[in-house]
Design a protein around this ligand. Structure first.
Ligand SMILES: Nc1ncnc2c1ncn2[C@@H]1O[C@H](COP(=O)(O)OP(=O)(O)OP(=O)(O)O)[C@@H](O)[C@H]1O
Ligand SMILES: [Mg+2]
Length: 299
């Protein structure tokens, strides 16, 4: 199994008055090719989970394995774990440590892959194009960019080395609708070629049709782990308890008979169903930012 959590707990600042158990007894296995969405309210443990996947944090109890490598084993080269698991951090500033955007984007391909100059140029071009990063930004200091530009550079600096497992902590925050749609299309394409990705979000709708499996953290515990169908069926009743917002998509799907809901497998089908049902106001759907569509679509 590519990523395995065995009874993992994580406590910050152990033995101090500020100690905090952020993750409690989490066990799960993530297989190759799975696409996961990790949900949970603020402070539920999502980022802590992400940082445990690549050994930035080591479990205070239990073990994390990446392709059989125990992240806490001193004999394991942690660089090897990070080469396999690329984590886009929630706050891009936490990721930056080099003086220019170009160096930031090329750091991982140079260091993890020992890429040749030609490959470096290609991965830079691809990352710039996908995330619409203007060439004039390349020589700027990443700390001096706008919020959305920082987010795009942070994502580019992980995609540029094509890690085997991609983990993204709230990747859509601060992106305009065009780059947002491009990134979603890109994740969809990655899924089609069997790439394993894990995205973290606190918005139930964002990845509802993108991910196949859903994890919900609640107060440090894994409150739900299952496929989309099960998530749609069960989640609606528990959203408030988990501190999540009862979204338009989920409200609509939960209101449909199960056999009909199972035919709705993407945003376009859902939109058509909503509009033709008359159950919901088109305006309500159009104004719902969680529909990852270009602004050009009109009902
Ligand atoms: N460095 C730290 N020291 C002490 N406690 C921390 C630290 N980082 C996080 N915590 C605490 O651990 C718990 C889980 O935090 P975490 O960042 O994993 O939550 P999250 O689900 O990612 O939240 P958000 O949606 O706000 O990003 C929270 O109660 C938080 O206050
Ligand atoms: Mg977080």
């Amino acid at each position: 199994m590519p990523i395995v959590f065995e009874k993992v707990s994580y406590e910050y600042s152990v033995g101090t008055p500020f100690s905090k158990v952020a993750l409690r007894d989490v066990s799960l296995k993530i297989a190759e090719g799975e696409s996961l969405c990790v949900l949970g309210a603020t402070g539920s443990g999502k980022t802590t989970f992400a940082l445990l996947t690549n050994g930035v944090l080591l479990p205070t109890k239990g073990s994390v394995f990446v392709d059989g490598l125990d992240t806490a084993d001193k004999r394991v080269d942690i660089k090897e774990v990070r080469r396999r698991v690329g984590v886009v951090l929630q706050y891009p500033e936490h990721q930056f440590f080099l003086p220019t955007v170009e160096e930031e984007i090329l750091y991982a391909p140079k260091n993890f892959l020992a890429a040749e100059q030609k490959e470096l140029e290609r991965s830079l071009e691809e990352a710039l194009e996908l995330l619409e990063i203007k060439k004039e930004l390349l020589h700027r200091n990443p700390f001096e960019l706008s919020g959305g530009e920082k987010r795009r550079v942070a994502i580019a600096s992980i995609l540029s080395y094509n890690p085997k497992y991609l983990v993204m902590d709230e990747p859509l925050v601060g992106l305009d609708s065009k780059v947002r749609s491009q990134l979603l299309r890109f994740l969809k394409a990655l899924k089609e070629i069997g790439k394993t990705w894990i995205v973290i979000s606190h918005d139930v709708d964002e990845f509802l049709f993108m991910a196949d499996r859903f994890l919900v953290f609640h107060d440090g515990s894994l409150a739900f782990d299952g496929k989309r169908e099960e998530f749609v069926l069960k989640a609606f009743d528990h959203l408030k308890e988990w501190g999540l917002y009862p979204s338009t998509k989920l409200r609509f799907l939960a209101a449909l008979p199960k056999e009909i809901a199972s035919f709705i497998t993407d945003d376009e089908k859902l939109e058509s169903a909503i509009v033709s049902s008359g159950l919901m106001d088109c305006e309500e759907v159009r104004n719902d930012r969680s529909f990852p569509l270009d602004g050009s679509r009109r009902f």
